[in-house]
Design a protein around this ligand. Structure first.
Ligand SMILES: [Mg+2]
Length: 232
């Protein structure tokens, strides 16, 4: 991996622990509506939400459904599948409120982001709804303050791994693609998309994933990434 001249970071499950915030928010929803969810183990409730959300995001990414449909359906269809009769709009509001309350950095991520930002220009490249992702940057203002580029899929019109969003991010960075490093956790969105764009890719293989995507640098902990950049 040649020394990059610009480093883009993915946000969810790379810098911020999205999955943990989702899990905690769902636990809060279940705790709020204890009687209605009584027949369902929490793990099952979470798995059904997660699976449905993934399918809906895929359909949204393909342009098959709107953002509003995604947001409504992931709660309404999930409640229906569980046989729970609740006002989906109220549950959606509670879920989003609790999701926001649980946002936090992945351990060590803040320090690594700041360390790299001390040495190289950095940016953020994320799939997600603009207002939600901007709210994350408002909550953790160092991210916005240090990033010289913030690229959010809803604002570009396509999601990672679509080549257009990587081309947009490349132009915004003002650096040739081969000199950009992307740090992300998703094999599909980040590794595939980044390599396709001619970027260098550092795949954050959390939780012991052992695949070795050809052409990508795999790391399981932050010191390994800093060492690879000569910053360790
Ligand atoms: Mg991610």
């Amino acid at each position: 991996m040649p020394t990059p001249r610009f480093v883009y970071f993915d946000i969810d499950d790379t810098l911020l622990d999205h999955r943990q915030a989702e899990r905690a928010a769902l636990a809060d929803v279940v705790a709020t509506y204890r009687a209605q969810f009584a027949a369902h183990p929490l793990d099952d409730v979470r798995a059904r939400y997660h699976d449905r959300n993934v399918v809906l995001w895929r359909r949204y990414a393909a342009g098959a459904i709107s953002k509003e449909t995604l947001r409504r359906q992931r709660i309404a269809a999930w409640l229906e599948e569980l046989g729970i009769d609740l006002d989906a709009a109220a549950v959606e509001r509670l879920y989003m409120d609790r999701y926001r309350a649980h946002w936090a950095f992945i351990e060590g991520a803040r320090e690594v982001f700041l360390t790299i930002a001390d040495h190289l220009p950095v940016g953020l490249l994320t799939n997600g709804f603009a207002e939600v992702q901007h709210a994350k940057l408002d909550r953790f203002p160092e991210l916005r303050a240090r990033a010289s580029a913030v690229v959010i899929s809803e604002e570009v019109g396509v999601m990672k791994p679509h080549p257009q969003i990587f081309a947009h991010a490349t132009r915004t960075a003002g650096t040739p693609p081969g000199a950009i490093l992307y740090v992300g956790d998703s094999l599909h969105s980040d590794v595939e998309g980044g390599l396709q764009a001619g970027w260098q890719v550092a795949w954050f293989a959390r939780n012991g994933a052992t695949e070795q995507p050809p052409g990508a640098f795999r790391f399981a902990d932050w010191p390994a990434l800093l060492a690879r950049l000569g910053l360790g």
